[in-house]
Design a protein around this ligand. Structure first.
Ligand SMILES: [Zn+2]
Length: 86
């Protein structure tokens, strides 16, 4: 089985304690929003992408992004280029 891609995650906590996790999808390049639970730290790890392109695994692993990481934006070409060059 192919190793799943790891994606840096932008985590932001709502006032009600629920984590919003935003990632730039390694499959489609778009931003996907995932729920991160309401514990003290966001619930990262295995996640199913929201796009499921043909022939792709459709899953990735959420890892903590840098503290100063900018929130991925949908259809942001600059973001996709930055990710692809790492
Ligand atoms: Zn996607």
């Amino acid at each position: 089985m192919a190793r799943l891609p790891e994606v840096a995650t932008y985590a932001r906590r709502h006032p009600d304690g629920v984590w919003d996790l935003t990632v730039a999808c390694p499959f489609c390049g778009d931003a996907h929003l995932h729920g991160g639970g309401r514990d003290a730290h966001p619930d990262l790890g295995l996640c199913v992408s929201h796009c499921l392109a043909d022939g792709l695994v459709g899953s990735y692993v959420l890892i903590a992004g840098p503290a100063d990481m900018a929130k991925p934006r949908s259809k942001s070409r600059a973001w996709r280029v930055a990710r692809a060059s790492r």
